[in-house]
Ligand binder design. Structure first.
Ligand code: ADP
Ligand code: MG
Length: 378
């Protein structure tokens, strides 16, 4: 197992930059998800870790040793792809034993290890069958097994491995992968574009968009302290709301009402950007709030933005209300509905839960102002 460091990695396919100056550490023994929409560079990153691709710029280090130019076979990384890769003419057992025999492990030891992994993946009853005749998901389980049998690897990389698996089985297989990780302690990177898959699988999630890593954090951190607008929006169901703000001195205003204090330096920088009067609506600044932390009132709350409820969606466990306010559209996720479609609704926020973003990035050192949350009128 190894700590894997990507240091200033840029990768271009011709004109397209698939990765842009990515610097990231995968800790030894960590279980990670790499999450991002299709085309953001996830597979490119995995191929650079495994050595299938050499990056245009930057260095890759395993436990401090530069492996940037080391070919894939010498890196000891096991990679599982979207579609099964195995030997059709071999039996399941032979497929599982192959990576071990290939590295010189004795037949009996290889067979014992193959049996152990087959049992974990619940494919032991298929051991004697030829791979050719297996269903697509059984084949993919064998591919997973071929990566998991190896105990000598620096890391195991899974590139959207459950694409071909029946949806009902996905959860179970993820649990198996988690358990195997717990037993073997591999450095494990699991690529997916599905937030549920990422959040339920990993200790830490690395979120990518457009060739950049925008946050690495626990599922809780991504939900509670998104470092980037993209994370706020991509994580959560539905994603974060973003509201237009103004700035007066060091106070951040929503519809003229102060909700947050910003550090002096940020306030100054934006006052300059706004042209000196410091009171304009700033399009590079916005406040994010998750639907779970929005409150709704059908009675006037002078300090809260208000608007007409455009849509309502009963989820059974909660109600989603879509309210068009002058600061922007706000989706609220509340226990009960406060206003009907077409009626006016006032929306308030827990100021501790507001995140200020400047040019898409979360601003540190922001403190909440409690007064507005009471809804009060001045
Ligand atoms: P993901 O795995 O997140 O879907 P990829 O790493 O496969 O993303 O691709 C990132 C970007 O690089 C995409 O815009 C994709 O079209 C482009 N790309 C990937 N592979 C190649 C290639 N072999 N040649 C040219 N462009 C590529
Ligand atoms: Mg991919």
């Amino acid at each position: 197992m190894a700590e894997i460091v990507l240091d200033g990695i840029t990768h271009r396919y011709g004109e397209t930059a698939a990765l842009r100056d990515v610097t990231l550490t995968w800790d030894d023994g960590g279980a990670y998800a790499l999450l991002g929409p299709s085309g953001c560079g996830k597979s490119t990153m995995l191929d650079i870790i495994s050595g299938l691709l050499e990056p245009s710029e930057g260095r890759v280090r395993f436990d401090g040793i530069d492996v940037t130019a080391t070919p894939a076979v010498q890196r000891n990384v096991a990679q599982v792809f979207q579609f099964p890769v195995l030997y059709d003419s071999m039996t399941v057992e032979q497929n599982l034993m192959f990576p071990l025999r290939n590295r010189g492990l004795a037949r009996d030891a290889a067979r014992a290890r193959a049996a152990e992994i087959a049992e974990l993946l619940e494919i032991d009853h298929l051991a004697a069958q030829k791979a050719k005749g297996l269903s697509a998901d059984a084949k993919q389980l064998v591919s997973l097994g071929r990566a998991l049998v190896r105990t000598d690897v620096a890391a195991i990389l899974f590139d959207e491995p459950l694409t071909v698996i029946d949806p009902q089985k996905k959860w179970g297989i993820r649990q198996v992968l988690k358990r195997v990780h717990g037993e073997l302690g591999h450095t494990l990177v699991y690529v997916t574009h599905d937030q549920t898959e990422a959040l339920t699988f990993a200790d830490e999630v690395v979120v990518m968009t457009e060739g950049e890593v925008v946050q690495k954090g626990t599922p809780e951190a991504l939900f509670e302290r998104p470092a980037h607008r993209f994370v706020g929006n991509f994580i959560g169901s539905p994603g974060m709301n973003f509201l237009a703000v103004g700035l007066e001195g060091s106070s951040v205003l929503i519809e003229g009402v102060p909700w947050l204090h910003v550090p002096g330096s940020v306030a100054e920088a934006h006052a300059i950007a706004a042209g000196g009067d410091g009171r304009r609506e700033l399009d590079d600044l916005c406040v994010g709030v998750r639907p779970e932390f929005v409150r709704c009132a059908s009675q006037a709350r002078p300090d809260w933005p208000s608007g007409v409820v455009r849509r309502r969606n009963d989820l059974g466990t909660a109600v989603l209300s879509v309210v068009d306010t002058p600061a922007g559209t706000v989706v609220a996720k509340t226990a009960t509905a406060e206003a009907d479609v077409g009626e006016r609704c006032w929306v308030g926020f827990d100021p501790d839960r507001l995140v200020l973003f400047a040019r898409g990035r979360a601003v540190d050192g922001v403190t909440p102002i409690a007064a507005a949350a009471a809804g009060g009128g001045r």
